[in-house]
Design a protein around this ligand. Structure first.
Ligand SMILES: [Zn+2]
Length: 266
């Protein structure tokens, strides 16, 4: 009996330490992501996914594509992708979600949304017991997590000009939060520009006729975070219309994100 308890105890302890060790390796791997991505070749399978499904990447010249690949690999290696209600995260999921983050932050070289180290993926829209509602995605700063419904994420890229893109919307929330979280990436936005952007948002949302004539969907006026996220979706999905309808807001966004989707490849 004593021997049996000893063996069971040993197995439990060994399993516990193996998990600890694996977690430590994973964490070390994520921390070394910038070095690993500089050494490792960009996988051909990743490139094929980008060529097939990611128009933004296809519009870049070859040196920009190289920079995009480098940033994407660092992003993928530095995040923990967690499947929820299904078995395993595929390369396609990692590449597409990572590419979405790189698209948004391509003009901000040192920004990788560092605080958000976990990407939780549900196969479809998921039920939240907290809000008692179905969700497509959310950003949870307390858990350092970005949560996405894969189906809704993919819809964002299947319909590239309808101004609805869940991935860009949630990444935009994460980006705005990252700017005010104290870490290596802290304070990359020019404060005056953020203030200018929010002042435009306030003005637009308080125009009496705005509800009828708005270029951005009404949800943008929920608060300044939603306004920023919805503006980002429009910035990438219908930049010409955005620039025409709200030129000053568009220009402020080009300065904040340090890129212009209308002239990606100058
Ligand atoms: Zn939102």
């Amino acid at each position: 009996m004593f021997f049996f308890i000893l063996v069971v105890g040993f197995v439990i302890a060994a399993t516990y330490y193996r998990h600890q060790l694996e977690a430590a390796y994973e964490e070390a791997g994520r921390r070394a992501a910038p070095i690993r991505s500089a050494i490792l070749p960009f996988p051909q399978t990743y490139k094929e996914i980008l060529l097939k499904y990611f128009p933004y990447y296809n519009r870049l010249n070859s040196s920009q594509q190289h920079a995009f690949e480098q940033k994407l690999l660092t992003f993928i290696l530095s995040k923990k992708f967690i499947p929820r209600q299904f078995d395993a995260v595929t390369d396609e999921m990692k590449v597409m979600i990572g590419a979405c983050a790189v698209q948004l932050t391509f003009g901000l070289p040192r920004v990788y949304l560092q605080h958000f180290s976990k990407i939780l993926i549900y196969p479809t829209d998921y039920y939240s017991s907290l809000t008692k509602r179905f969700h497509k995605g959310e950003v949870n700063p307390a858990f350092g997590a970005i949560v996405l419904s894969w189906k809704s994420f993919v819809d964002g890229y299947i319909y590239p000009t309808d101004s609805v893109n869940l991935g860009l919307h949630e990444m935009a929330h994460a980006l705005r939060l990252e700017n005010i979280i104290h870490n290596d990436e802290y304070d990359f936005f020019d404060d005056a520009l953020v203030e200018k952007f929010d002042a435009y948002a306030y003005q637009l949302c308080h125009l009496p006729q705005y509800a009828d004539e708005s270029f951005l969907r009404a949800y943008a006026c929920a608060n300044e975070h939603e306004f920023f996220a919805v503006a980002v979706e429009n910035f990438f999905e219908r930049p010409a219309e955005f620039k025409h309808a709200l030129p000053e807001l568009y220009e402020t966004l080009t300065k904040l994100l340090r890129q212009d989707p209308l002239i990606l490849n100058p």
